[in-house]
Ligand binder design. Structure first.
Ligand code: SD4
Length: 340
């Protein structure tokens, strides 16, 4: 089935008079046709297309999110997932990923090197080992044993960006930097451009009605060697509960971990909030906890409930996400934000 993508700015950041923290509410997603797949950023449209194609062939939610994650991982122009991801300070690309099924099956890899499809390695950890997470050299050895091909993940463009970064070697994550930071051509600037990619988190409802999710990333650009963010951590970068729904996160992983962001969103939905309200409640909790320490950080949370309602909320404006229905129609939505 042909995939249709339409752009719809559902939310716009509007300051509330006299309020330093301007928050937005959304009802648009709740009124839309039920979604079967959501993923972070505009780039999620291509991932969702691959995922929903799997669903239309009878695939499970795990099949959908793995297929979607692989699209992002294989895309060299994507600077924060898989091949072409920006490296750590030592110039090494290290991948974090996790996957979670409807029945609590989980698998994850951290600091995986030389293997493009970290999400598939995470799935193999889940399905073929007695464990839930493998890291570093152990993760790489396992992947090789499983037949995953190896290659350098550092593309010439990512290496050039790293060498440029080394001139100042300042480490200060910038808001939504993955959308525009190091890309030099106009095509890579701003939401909606073909280079508008980021860490990808995906939640899906499979042909069998069960839910699943995945998250895959090369992590924060120029991170310290050995640093692990939220993305491979079940409960932080991803959580799925088949009775309720699933959630995923993007942005500064350290801040997502502090509030166990994705799990907190799912629990808020369990207690009756719709996905947007649930995401907003956790963003507000983070802001209360950290105050000015998160004033310059981006954290975005994205959720899909069991009814197919999608929603998101972020600390800062600029977070977009892709929502796809069973017929393959995708819309890009813009999340509300706490700060303006
Ligand atoms: C991390 N959350 O490693 C990831 C990075 C990310 O957009 O999402 N960047 O902290």
């Amino acid at each position: 089935m042909e995939m249709k993508t339409t752009r719809r700015s559902v939310l716009a950041a509007t300051p509330l008079a006299g309020t330093p923290l301007a928050a937005l509410a959304t009802t648009a997603s709740a009124q839309a046709a039920p979604a079967v797949m959501i993923s972070t950023w505009d780039f999620g449209a291509a991932a969702n297309a691959a995922g929903v194609a799997r669903r239309q062939a009878g695939g499970s939610a795990l099949d959908m999110v793995e297929a979607g994650g692989r699209v992002a991982e294989a895309d060299e122009s994507n600077s924060s997932v898989g091949l072409g991801g920006l490296p750590d300070r030592d110039g090494r690309v290290t991948l974090d990923a996790c996957i979670m099924g409807w029945n609590g099956d989980i698998g994850a890899v951290c600091a995986l090197e030389d293997v493009v499809h970290a999400v598939s390695v995470a799935r193999a950890v889940m399905e073929k080992t007695p464990h839930t997470m493998l890291v570093g050299e152990g993760a790489r050895s396992f992947a090789v044993d499983q037949g995953f091909p190896t290659q350098s993940l550092l593309t010439p463009r990512a290496e050039a960006a790293w060498r440029d970064w080394l001139k100042t070697a300042e480490y200060a994550p910038r808001i939504n930097s993955e959308n525009s930071d190091w890309r030099s051509t106009p095509d890579f600037r701003g939401p909606g451009g073909p280079g508008n990619h980021d860490t990808i988190g995906l939640i899906a409802i499979g042909a069998d009605g069960h839910m699943g999710g995945a998250c895959t990333t090369s992590g924060m650009a120029f991170k310290m060697r050995g640093r692990v963010g939220d993305s491979p951590l079940i409960g932080a970068g991803l959580y799925v509960d088949d009775e309720v729904g699933g959630a995923t996160a993007t942005g500064v992983g350290e801040d997502v971990v502090r509030v166990a962001g994705s799990h907190a969103v799912v629990e808020a939905m369990r207690h009756g909030m719709d996905p947007t309200a649930a995401c907003r409640s956790v963003i507000e909790r983070l802001a209360r906890m950290r105050g000015t320490k998160v004033a310059g950080s981006q954290v975005a949370l994205l959720a899909l409930d069991k009814q197919g309602r999608a929603g998101a909320f972020a600390l800062q404006p600029g977070f977009t996400y892709a929502v796809t229905t069973a017929d393959g129609t995708t819309r890009i939505e813009r999340a509300g934000a706490l700060f303006t």
